[in-house]
Design a binder for this molecule. Structure first.
Ligand code: HEC
Length: 410
């Protein structure tokens, strides 16, 4: 069955023939027709199907596209650029030794090499695909053919262009007829629709291209000029959050302070510290003579005390607690006569001192000794006193204090 369509006249004479369009209803038909047209040696023709048809490229004799080679070339260009760029900047133009690492080594450069390979390859694949397909194509004679709309639905089309060197109006029509199409239609050149890109799009592209240079121009200007005004700060992030700083006035409160005084009599959770013995070293208002029951006197506490004493007390009081630590020695050298030496903690006076009083001394300091309460946790202060008691004892040890086995070794 065939259905012909005579060329129509337009204002400037009849429009020239663009080609012959054959319509098919099944994939089998379009495959058979394609093979015939291919074997007849046509080169400027194409098929249009609503979905990919298996084997159509083979039936049409389409050879592999050169796109992969173009992309390979672009990828290698990106790879080469990445290697060159990193070698030039890091190893040649501005060598900067970091942690003794080599100025130039492949592993460090892999991320950029990968990035540029993929970036240039990908962008090229996109652009080359458009160019190879003659896209964008704002107008095509088939756009005006009503029946062609079904190419996106349920019909298969084959178009042989009149520009094909083998094209002959009658012979080609006869060839298409022999493929038993559903219909054949002569397609005329479209003289009404412009095949140029709409001027709006062209202007938009030009403006976008020019505008994309503006940030670079601004950055360049900022680098090479001086200005008295503060920098433009586009992204404020948290740099300029509205808030009251410590010593600023705050009109919200009657006293105008932005830093609020804690409510009197408030205690943070777990900070009540009711146990006077443990937290203040006192019992019934007097310095305690015993370790608090909540503090466990054992070997762990003793070792902890030795370690903490070594950290916090030895600089001044010395390892033997005799008041001859490094800080004290040095201070004596520098400030001759004016330096108050740290007490000898093995003195009888300190040995007779209640543990609660020593606790108080560590916590609040005394005369020229600063307070260590803020630095040393409460139980560590008790551990230090425990160790100090052991140190004092060792200073006045009698032979009777030793185990019998140890006495013979002396
Ligand atoms: C920065 C040096 C320094 C450090 C560290 C230091 N002290 Fe003192 N300590 C002194 C000085 C100085 C005195 C004597 C103060 C005075 O008589 O004016 C002193 C005195 C003392 C006294 C005697 C207080 C009295 O009633 O006479 C005790 C007990 C004491 N220190 C314990 C300690 C303990 C325990 C530590 C470790 C937590 C420690 N000190 C860490 C400098 C230090």
């Amino acid at each position: 069955m065939s259905d012909s369509h005579e060329p129509q006249a337009s204002e400037s004479g009849p429009a020239p023939l663009h080609g012959l369009l054959a319509e098919y209803t099944t994939t089998g038909d379009i495959l058979r027709a394609s093979k015939k047209v291919r074997d007849a040696g046509f080169s400027r023709w194409d098929t249009f199907t609503p979905f990919p048809v298996h084997g159509i490229d083979r039936a049409m004799g389409i050879r592999m596209t050169i796109l992969p080679w173009i992309v390979l070339g672009a990828g290698l260009t990106g790879l080469g650029t990445a290697i060159l760029l990193q070698w030039w900047t890091n190893a040649y133009d501005y060598p900067w030794l970091i942690s003794g690492k080599p100025l130039w080594s492949i592993p460090a450069n892999v991320p950029i090499m990968f990035e540029l390979t993929v970036l240039i390859g990908g962008v090229t694949a996109f652009i080359a695909m458009l160019v190879l397909n003659n896209l964008p194509m704002p107008a095509h004679p088939l756009d005006q053919v009503k029946r062609f709309a079904r190419a996106t639905d349920d019909r298969f089309f084959l178009l042989i262009e009149a520009a094909d060197p083998k094209f002959d109006a009658d012979a080609t029509r006869a060839l298409l007829d022999s493929t038993r199409p559903h219909a054949i239609e002569s397609i005329l050149e479209d003289r009404k629709t412009s095949d140029k890109l709409p001027t709006g799009i062209i202007y938009a592209l030009v403006i976008a291209t020019v505008a994309s240079a503006v940030p670079f121009a601004l950055a360049a200007k900022a680098r090479y000029t001086k200005s008295r005004s503060t920098r433009i700060h586009l992204i404020q992030d948290m740099d300029a959050q509205p808030k009251y700083k410590a010593q600023r006035e705050n009109p919200v409160f009657a006293d105008g302070r932005s830093t609020r005084v804690p409510d009197p009599e408030t205690v943070a959770v777990g900070e009540l510290h009711e146990d006077d013995h443990f937290y203040r070293g006192t019992q019934n208002g007097a310095f305690a003579r015993t370790f608090p029951p909540t503090f466990r006197v054992d070997e762990t506490a003793m070792l902890r005390g030795e370690q903490r004493f070594g950290i916090y007390c030895t600089p001044c009081h010395g390892f033997g607690a005799e008041g001859n630590g490094m800080v004290a020695k040095r201070a004596e050298e520098l400030a001759q006569g004016t330096w108050t030496p740290p007490s000898n903690l093995t003195d009888q006076r300190i040995r007779d001192m209640p543990v609660g009083e020593i606790f108080n001394t560590i916590t609040h300091g005394i005369r020229n000794m600063p307070a260590y309460g803020p630095q040393i946790p409460t139980s560590d202060r008790w551990a230090i006193i425990l160790y100090l008691r052991a140190l004092e004892r060792s200073h006045a040890a009698k032979i009777a204090d030793l185990a019998p086995a140890e006495r013979t070794g002396l």
